[in-house]
Design a protein around this ligand. Structure first.
Ligand code: BES
Ligand code: MN
Ligand code: ZN
Length: 473
């Protein structure tokens, strides 16, 4: 991946001067046009550039070369930095700089937006790889901090975009190991039948039908000073979800390479936390399985043991995510975290409720909910709090076991009943929040390539930074 944001010092003299980008509010356009030569005035009119939010216009020199770029900011009261995501894909290849940083916007957020908007997944393209568009950042910008977040988001997107044949359990383990080595964390891995010995029975039951090379595993990354408050991040890592014996129809299975989105997201968020050196003791817990079909696949009606000691009747083998998360959340409970956050591509019902862009989250902790909402707002990383409605709890009660994984149809709220199921296993000592993510853009829009998307982790990172500030020396 080429770096989309660079320091002025990493340019060579042959690069030439970076092209200036003028950011214009709608109410600044008239004055800007007035000061331009007449052919440019005509060009702006002809191209119908109105400085609407996200509108981009490349202005030519009289010789037809790129002179400067205009970016519309729209109305002053509505501007937000993620609008800059729309820039890179609309620019010719080359280096750019901001002619001025608009009032009210943080240059670091602008640079981050540019980097996120420049993301493309071209691992499998043998030709037509795009030349880079780069933003040359000001000297005083915290380039390393911006890069760390951009890199983590690109990692999550790459992992989600990479098909299951190249993103199996071993590849996820390898990525976790690379991250651990880079930041001095330890990685513990329990694989295959050892999961039974180590008391992860539900993870084993869900993943045991995969071929041996793609055996289920539990990854536990541990980092930081153990005397700091412990934060646990838990991510669903289903490398492919066929539905199991309750097999999905082809339309429902088509995107299920992304069912490890939760794992990708918590590894990315953990990487941000470690790169920033936040004063926490971090545990990243990732159960990784393939929900496959074979002779020893779990069956509808099977009753599973779980790490927490609760028994679960498998009403539907396609509700596998909550089964592996049950064991991972039970593990988190043992670590006595002050805060546990789980991320999972858990239900189709979450999309029926809120669609692909707005992510529902669940927590019994009102203060935590406010912190999450604030972090999300500042980062333009949309979330929506949903209730853990008591009246639907009985929908996951089984006739023969403690719980079942397929909620009664009468309760209807599939994302919520999944959250209520998880709550039975979540730590109760500290706070807990669950995010039912999508990890995907079904349709490209300016600055958002279609395919894998990093959701909620920029907002959560901001929340964690506020909650666990670094001591200023
Ligand atoms: N991975 C799916 C959920 C999913 C589906 C996420 C489509 C994003 C897009 C999950 O394992 C699943 O199959 N959930 C079932 C649960 C049901 C069987 C209780 C669902 O949502 O239909
Ligand atoms: Mn499923
Ligand atoms: Zn799934």
């Amino acid at each position: 991946m080429s770096e989309p944001i660079i320091a002025a010092s990493s340019r060579s003299p042959e690069d030439g001067a970076p092209t200036p980008i003028h950011c214009l509010y709608e109410d600044e356009l008239a004055a800007f046009i007035e000061a331009r030569p007449s052919f440019v005035k005509g060009f702006i009119g002809l191209e119908e550039f109105k400085a609407k939010a996200g509108q981009v216009l490349v202005l030519p020199t009289p010789q037809g070369a790129v002179d400067r770029v205009l970016l519309g900011l729209g109305a002053r009261d509505k501007v937000e930095p993620m609008l800059f995501r729309a820039l890179p894909t609309r620019l010719p290849a080359g280096d750019y700089r901001l002619a001025t940083v608009p009032d009210d916007l943080d240059p670091a957020q602008i640079a981050l937006a540019f980097a996120l908007g420049a993301y493309r997944f071209d691992r499998y393209r043998s030709k037509d790889r795009a030349e880079p568009r780069r933003l040359v950042a000001d000297e005083d910008l915290d380039l390393e901090g911006v890069r760390a977040v951009a890199h983590a988001c690109a990692l999550a997107r790459d992992m989600v975009n990479t098909p299951a044949n190249d993103m199996g359990p071993l590849q996820i383990e390898t990525i976790a190991r690379e991250i651990a080595e880079r930041f001095g964390a330890t990685l513990d891995v329990v694989t295959g039948d050892d999961l039974l010995e180590a008391n992860y029975p539900a993870i084993h039951a869900v993943g045991r039908a995969a071929v041996p090379a793609r055996a289920p595993r539990m990854l536990e990354l541990t980092w930081g000073d153990p005397s700091h408050p412990r934060v646990a991040l838990v991510g669903k890592g289903v490398v492919f979800d066929t539905g199991g014996l309750d097999i999905k129809p082809s339309s429902g299975m088509r995107l299920m390479k992304k069912d490890m989105g939760g794992a990708a997201h918590v590894l990315a968020l953990g990487r941000m936390v470690m790169a920033a050196g936040l004063p926490v003791a971090l545990s990243v817990l990732v159960p990784v399985v393939e929900n496959a079909i074979a002779g020893d696949a779990m069956r509808p009606g099977d009753v599973l043991a779980t790490r927490a000691g609760l028994t679960v009747e498998v009403g539907n083998t396609d509700a596998e995510g909550r089964l592996i998360l049950a064991d991972a959340l039970a593990r988190a409970t043992e670590l006595k975290p002050v805060l546990t956050i789980d991320l999972a591509t858990l239900t189709g019902a979450a999309r029926v409720a809120l669609g692909p862009q707005v992510i529902p989250f669940y927590t019994p902790d009102d203060d935590l909910a406010l912190e999450i909402e604030e972090g999300a707002r500042v980062a333009s990383d949309p979330v929506w709090r949903m209730p853990l409605w008591d009246g639907y709890r009985e929908a996951v009660e089984s006739d023969i076991a403690d719980l079942k994984n397929d909620p009664d149809a009468w309760a209807q709220a599939g994302s919520m009943t999944a959250a209520l199921f998880l709550q039975r296993f979540a730590p109760t000592t500290g706070s807990w929040a669950h995010f039912d993510i999508f990890a995907w853009n079904p349709k490209a829009r300016p600055g958002f390539a279609s395919g894998g998307e990093a959701q909620v982790i920029r907002g959560l990172y901001g929340m964690l930074k506020s909650r666990f500030p670094k001591a200023t020396a």
